[in-house]
Design a protein around this ligand. Structure first.
Ligand code: DC
Length: 237
């Protein structure tokens, strides 16, 4: 898909954990020549900072450190993307089980969310961006030109995660454990007081339970094409 001559837009994607939204968002950004931002990586980086400084149990102190936490992204020569915490590449570390176990709690803290949202909005100032997360369509970019809400049944997501872990050589975690963890995270993400995840009324639903990657990509490409055509027509009027 080549939309380089088109106006640059913001594509905001929200969805449940393990719905495959990051993979889809990253690939879409690549096809469009857009920047991709994984907003979850930012909450993970703050969590890692808290772990390293012994601040997991002292949220007030962690909040007072927010000005010292610089989070950035870098595209590597092989095309992969790294999350930088105060200049250090922490991409691998932020995906660890320990970070995963604490990040949901860190992401419930209002002051932390407000600092991340500010940063995310600054990253989108020039448009030409695909960002995914839990509050991107509702809080970060409520005026995004294209909003997508990704879902898949909890069983489908648990099965995908289970297969992923098996492929990585993890045979300790059972399907039932993963399913339980996914249901727990869904509950936290949708019931927290600060920016709970919900589907924005103007977001397009994408349930990919029964979709192949190709079908999903075609679906997204068509959506983008239609939206860009709409914008071009609006500007001609
Ligand atoms: O997408 P992920 O699993 O890497 O997200 C990590 C955590 O951060 C997860 O608990 C949800 C939370 N999150 C959030 O609250 N808001 C976002 N925009 C992105 C992620």
């Amino acid at each position: 898909m080549n939309e380089t001559s088109s106006p640059k837009i913001i594509i905001a994607i929200d969805g449940f954990s393990s719905s495959g939204k990051s993979t889809m968002a990253k690939a879409l950004a690549k096809r469009l020549g857009y920047r991709y931002i994984d907003s979850g990586a930012m909450y993970r980086a703050v969590t890692l900072y808290a772990m390293r400084h012994g601040l997991l149990g002292d949220i007030a102190a962690l909040v007072s450190h927010l000005d010292n936490i610089d989070i950035n992204f870098r595209v590597n020569p092989d095309g992969s993307q790294s999350t930088l915490l105060n200049g250090e590449d922490v991409e691998r570390e932020i995906r660890s089980m320990e970070v995963s176990a604490h990040v949901s709690d860190i992401a419930t803290v209002g002051e932390i969310r407000r600092a991340m949202v500010k940063k995310q909005q600054a990253l989108g100032a020039d448009k030409g961006i695909v960002m995914d997360g839990r509050d991107i369509t509702t809080v970060v970019f409520p005026d995004a030109e294209l909003k997508i809400f990704v879902d898949a049944s909890d069983e489908t997501r648990a099965k995908r995660r289970f297969n992923e872990l098996r492929a990585k050589g993890d045979s300790d975690t059972s399907y039932e454990q993963i399913l339980e963890n996914i249901r727990k995270r869904d509950f936290t993400d949708t019931h927290r007081q600060e920016s709970p995840m919900f589907k924005a009324p103007d977001a397009v639903s994408l349930d990919n339970s029964q979709m192949s990657i190709e079908e999903q990509n075609d679906f997204l490409d068509n959506l983008v094409k239609q939206r860009l055509e709409g914008i071009r027509n609006e500007s001609r009027r």
